[in-house]
Design a protein around this ligand. Structure first.
Ligand SMILES: [Zn+2]
Length: 77
């Protein structure tokens, strides 16, 4: 697998890949695929699992949801 400088390689769903392997879930430390930006400006990072767990709650609070978890599905067949 070659990661080519994280180019603008908009894949399937056209989701922008802004999160990297260095971004970690705030809950468990796994690689983050989801970023929630709070109305306060703060950001939370989640793995797919914790993203799903917290989504409804944070959306209700007005957070902006950035979800790259489709990459998980893609890379796992
Ligand atoms: Zn997690």
């Amino acid at each position: 697998m070659s990661v080519q400088a994280e180019a603008q390689e908009a894949t399937s769903a056209g989701v922008e890949h802004e999160l990297t392997a260095l971004d970690r879930c705030d809950s468990c430390g796994a690689q983050a695929y989801i970023r929630a930006t709070l109305t306060s400006g703060g950001q939370l990072l989640f793995c797919g699992h914790h993203g799903r767990e917290n989504k409804d709650k944070l959306i209700a609070l007005g957070a902006t949801w950035h979800d790259e978890s489709a990459r998980l599905v893609a890379s796992r067949d």
